[in-house]
Design a binder for this molecule. Structure first.
Ligand SMILES: Nc1ncnc2c1ncn2[C@@H]1O[C@H](COP(=O)(O)OP(=O)(O)OP(=O)(O)O)[C@@H](O)[C@H]1O
Ligand SMILES: [Mg+2]
Length: 248
């Protein structure tokens, strides 16, 4: 294994041992070389956020962990097992779930059908009652078709759906994108609750004001590499740098 890099920061006090470790991850779509050696860790119980400009490679990083890019190299371990060359199916059964930016809600299916769609891949998945406890408005919308849901409801459904599978490591790609502030707040509260219940979360966000309400640590992605990393307690001190990195 590659030596720990200077970018690996101390974990937050609540975090356990490293659950996901990514070393020298490179990824390609066809001939396009997108990730150029990513190194980062996510410890058990943490919420870790990847920040970075459009096209930096954040989504590709999540897809690489899930095993759904054209080609990847490097070493990814999850719960001590090497998943660098595992199929996406095997990775899912190992307990990793991915909630894509485009949410993937089927318009012609209702809320219950959308919820039931992904298979339960391992024991410990949330029951429908537990899911409705987290997302009360989904219970009321159970018979509504995907097309009838608001953006916020679709996002909640997309998160709810992966909780049924039994995964304990959730990768959420820009869950607040395009949503109203009050809905963003609800999603933040949900993420905080999932963390409390022992889920580990790797989040991609452009909105670092939102990320600050839930994240333990951040990594900054630029041109397919991690160029910086810091704890949430260091966010204020890194604000100027962040504005430059993100161009905001
Ligand atoms: N399927 C694909 N085929 C070829 N190139 C792709 C594909 N998907 C993404 N890319 C390219 O890979 C690079 C990284 O894209 P990626 O989606 O990982 O960025 P991102 O950081 O998630 O950006 P955003 O903030 O816009 O979501 C971009 O240059 C993008 O154009
Ligand atoms: Mg993206």
């Amino acid at each position: 294994m590659v030596e720990a890099t200077t970018l690996q920061r101390p974990a937050s006090s609540t975090a356990g041992p490293a659950l996901l470790t990514v070393r020298d991850l490179q990824a390609w779509y066809g001939e396009s070389h997108i990730l150029h050696g990513m190194n980062f860790d996510v410890r058990e119980g943490e919420v870790v956020t990847l920040l970075g400009r459009n096209g930096a490679g954040k989504t590709t990083t999540l897809k690489s962990v899930m095993g759904i890019v054209g080609k990847r190299s490097g070493t990814i371990t999850f719960g001590g097992a090497d998943i660098s060359r595992a199929s996406s199916d095997k990775i899912a059964r190992g307990g990793i779930a991915f909630c894509p930016e485009e949410r993937g809600i089927f318009a012609s299916l209702d809320v219950r059908e959308n919820l039931m769609l992904p298979p339960q891949v391992r024991p410990g998945g949330l029951s429908l009652d537990q899911i409705f406890d987290l997302f009360p408005n989904l219970r009321e919308r159970l018979k509504s078709q995907g097309t009838k849901l608001s953006g916020g409801e679709q996002q909640m459904l997309a998160i709810a759906r992966i909780l049924r599978t039994g995964a304990r490591f959730l990768m959420l790609d820009e869950p607040t994108e395009g949503l109203a502030p009050v809905i963003i707040q609800q999603i933040g509260a949900t993420i905080a609750r999932l963390k409390n219940e022992g889920f580990t979360i790797l989040l991609v966000e452009q909105n670092f004001r939102f990320a600050a309400t839930v994240a333990d640590r951040y990594y900054v992605v630029e041109h397919g590499k991690i160029i910086d990393g810091f704890a949430n307690s260091e966010l204020e001190a890194n604000m100027d740098k962040l504005h430059t990195y993100l161009g905001v």
